[in-house]
Design a protein around this ligand. Sequence first.
Ligand SMILES: [Zn+2]
Length: 259
Amino acid sequence: MVKLMFVSRTFKRIKITVRTSIAKPGNGQMARGNMKNLLLVYNPNGGKEGKRYLVKGLRGVLNHAMMELAKQREIEVCHISDKKTTQKGEPLLPEGYHLNGSCYPEEECIRHKLMGSLKKQSVVRFNPVIITSDNIKEEINDAQKVHLSTEIRNALMKDSKRSTQDFRERFIAGEFNLEIELLKELDQELLGFLLKSILYMPEIRWGASANNGAGKIDLLEVNLQEVTRTRTVKKGKVIEKESEQNLWKEMDEVLKAWK
Ligand SMILES: [Zn+2]
């Protein structure tokens, strides 16, 4: 019997390189109410090494891309809503969709098979995208550097010169990687739908101010990969290694598998 010194896990993932010229993936208003901020994760050394923010909303972009793509191919999938109407009775469920999770388990649709709902866990896991300002000169490995900026929006009323809007919004610009881990082996049809939905993502806007031109994402690279991650301990220190291999041939086949 071979006794290995380390533990390891081999899995597939999709690694995507994304670029945006401006996006406002905000976390809503801050406590004082005049600034839409990014979600601050931590602030090493009192800000001297750059605040780290979590980028939100990319899973939502993929969910919407799946809905649009399925509709285009005339396939009914779960809507993101699990209610038919708002409390005021306004409709939430457009034609061509069913309520989130209502297809499960008897007639589970392709989006539910991948993304799940409260009834079933998803088989795709988004790794957190942590960003920091590209003003940071040091090499860092716990965040991706992008341009961070604050837009001050201010409008004065014509007569009184009183302010009608006075708030600040953070935006980000630049390139970053997004990794989606597959928690189980997917058949070609599921993987094909997932990959094509990723390719559809630039049609969906991300975050706020979409009608003013924010939130357009460009895909620079999409790679299906096999990843092996190993971990061992040497004199108390944990050593982690990751090797990745691009599965280009499999990706070509998979892209042909779903209509
Ligand atoms: Zn469904």
